[in-house]
Design a protein around this ligand. Structure first.
Ligand code: GDP
Length: 323
């Protein structure tokens, strides 16, 4: 271990883009990704972990570049046959993707932890990045809406985020233990920066922060904590982040995201489109292009965020250095 580790907290699509950039610019083994498990659910008897899977596919070069989720060159025989039998097809499962869920479920039933299974899959697919579920205990995102209390995938996929969100809660989070390896990575003196990816703060990052041990570990981390905006010019790049913010009465602005993470972050990365907000952010803010379309965009944002984080000293770090 060379002591230049970077830890990133990530949801699915937005987080995986930055994780890919970070993995491309860091030496092998120096990136640890802590992944949201609040979207996980049981479907057709299988345990599906959408954010972990998006990260696994993205970091191993197997992701579908069109959708951002699922596998490239996927086939759909299973779904077609299931449909012909009148089965449940609202959640799309490609043939290759299905194999991942079957094997994960078999191992979980055999008593292996999600952490161990994820590490095994990452090893099989040659990932140079450590991929850690935020917890091995179930944390399930539940969305209170104008159409009632909905399980996350019912809200997100089946109802396409159409219901109006009233509140969001994370079942199991108060009992869940954080992944010990994640806590170790956050506290390690080898960790030089902790990055909150440009993921949905309310649906992807909050389920992790709802685990007290994980939130506390971020709060006392010696490494600087930097969040990257998922909001650019008053809109989300993809997904329901802006819609949810509006429904929750939160202004759709990177300022709101920075405030949401208030007390946990030592720095914030704003998009060039929002440069005028820089002085309104309570922590040091860096303005840069944050839209990650190409691999080069991902690499250059990764490099910029790492060097910004290195320029910061977290209050905890400053205190320990002063002793
Ligand atoms: P999900 O779990 O698949 O919904 O994915 P995430 O929560 O990780 O990512 C969704 C968020 O990523 C949305 O709020 C998007 O605005 C944000 N996002 C997606 N692509 C980009 C990008 O290229 N740049 C930035 N800054 N944000 C992005």
């Amino acid at each position: 271990m060379s002591g230049n580790r970077i830890v990133v907290l990530s949801g699915g699509i937005g987080g995986a883009k930055l994780a890919l950039g970070l993995s491309a610019v860091l030496p092998d083994g120096e990136l640890t990704v802590i992944a949201n498990t609040g979207d996980d659910f049981e479907h057709l008897g299988l345990t599906v972990c959408p954010d972990l899977d998006t990260l696994l596919y993205t970091l191993s070069g197997l992701a579908n570049p069109q959708t951002g989720w699922g596998r490239r060159d996927e086939t759909w025989t299973f779904s077609a046959v299931l449909e012909s039998l009148g089965g449940e097809t609202w959640f799309q499962l490609g043939d290759g993707d299905l194999a991942l869920h079957v094997e994960r479920t078999r191992r979980l039933r055999g008593g292996e932890s999600l952490t161990r299974i994820t590490a095994r899959f990452a090893e099989c697919w040659g990932l140079a990045t450590r991929l850690l579920p935020a917890s091995d205990d179930p944390v399930r995102t539940m969305v209170q809406t104008d159409q009632g209390l909905l399980a996350f995938q019912d809200y997100f996929v089946a109802r396409k985020c159409a219901p109006r969100v009233v509140s969001i809660r994370f079942e199991g989070a108060e009992r869940a233990r954080a992944n010990p390896a994640a806590l170790e990575a956050l506290a390690s003196p080898d960790t030089k920066a902790i990055i909150i990816a440009p993921s949905n703060p309310y649906l992807s990052v909050d389920p992790m922060l709802a685990i007290a041990e994980l939130r506390d570990a971020l709060g006392v981390a010696v490494a600087p904590v930097v969040a990257v905006t998922p909001i650019i010019g008053g809109a989300a790049v993809k997904g329901p982040t802006a819609k949810i913010m509006t429904e929750l009465g939160i202004e759709v602005s990177p300022l709101s995201v920075a405030r949401h993470y208030g007390g946990l972050i030592d720095g914030f990365v704003l998009d060039t489109a929002d440069a005028d907000l820089r002085d309104s952010i309570d922590v040091p803010a860096l303005v840069t292009d944050t839209l990650m379309s190409s691999l080069q965009d991902k690499r250059s944002l990764a490099e910029t965020v790492i060097s910004f984080a290195r320029s910061l000293r977290s209050p905890a770090h400053a205190a320990s250095a002063a002793q």
